[in-house]
Design a binder for this molecule. Structure first.
Ligand code: SF4
Length: 275
């Protein structure tokens, strides 16, 4: 099976100029309350033969590949290794293979397997941690809790496999901005991450979250609370290593970017101006 012209392919804005290699389509989990991305798509894995065809037909000078799909790590170690071997064979100058990944599926890989994938070229994961609050993770029907998130993040650190941490402000709903920002910062402070990418919660039609809103079980945070959440988050991040703080994803209500800890004051000033 291959993707067709009706398939929507999602990828991070940082990977806009990267060669996109379809590995899966749909989402192997597909239950997060706020997510509408893959609701109508069936999960399937692209056959290795098709992946090979896609690789043979592109410019061999490509230096960066992004594996597309909600979480290509769902395919397991053996198939992932085979894909990395094919990439090395057909794109000999590729220095970085990147992918989305979920904590649930990273947990299926041993430390040694992650080290092996890193050595074979997998160099960057984009992981949806969303929040450092167990209550909110549960409410949003994520497949992991905070302890598991931190455990898998530390395993990736040990495997030397870099990752970006995607978090979402507004996800706690009205009145939760401070609690959520502090919990999320506390989580981030436990591991090394290359980048914190913020997204702003949007309640999409036909999601479980929209039903919760209609039933009065979730009241979205207002704009001011969301700005305050970014400020409290920034104030409380004390990173283990230098990291990029990036709110330039299109969903965000403010666009700021800098390196923590050195740019903290500058970023806080920028948030202050919006406030
Ligand atoms: S947020 Fe990610 S893991 Fe959750 S349903 Fe959407 S694509 Fe799947």
């Amino acid at each position: 099976m291959n993707i067709n012209e009706n398939t929507t392919i999602y990828y991070p804005q940082d990977e806009m100029n990267t060669f996109l290699l379809p590995v899966t389509t749909g989402c192997s989990y597909n239950k997060c309350a706020f997510c509408s991305m893959y609701k109508d798509e069936e999960y399937f894995e692209i056959a290795l033969s098709q992946i090979k065809i896609n690789l043979v037909s592109v410019d061999k000078n490509i230096e960066r590949v992004f594996l597309t799909g909600a979480d290509p790590m769902a395919i397991g170690f053996d198939k992932m290794m085979k894909i990395l071997v094919l990439i090395n064979r057909y794109l000999p100058y590729c220095a970085c293979v990147a992918s989305y990944a979920s904590i649930k599926n990273i947990a299926r890989y041993s430390l040694d397997e992650l080290k092996t994938l890193h050595d074979a070229g997998l160099r960057l994961l984009y992981i949806g941690f969303e929040t450092g609050s167990d209550d909110i993770l549960k409410k949003m029907k994520k497949s992991h809790d905070v302890e598991e998130g931190i455990k898998q993040a530390k395993k990736l650190n040990e495997a030397n496999l870099q990752f970006n941490t995607i978090i979402m402000y507004g996800i706690g709903g009205k009145g939760k901005y401070e609690e959520n920002a502090i919990a999320t910062a506390n989580m981030i402070n436990q591991f090394k991450t290359r980048k914190v990418i913020t997204m702003n919660l949007i309640v999409f039609d036909e999601t479980e979250l929209m039903k919760m809103v209609k039933r009065g079980e979730f009241i979205p945070a207002d704009q001011m609370e969301r700005l305050l959440e970014i400020r409290v988050l920034l104030e409380n991040i004390v990173p283990v290593n230098e990291l990029i703080f990036d709110t330039t994803h299109p969903t965000n209500i403010i666009k700021i970017k800098g390196t923590l800890p050195k740019d903290k004051e500058m970023l806080l000033n920028q948030v202050g101006q919006y406030l």
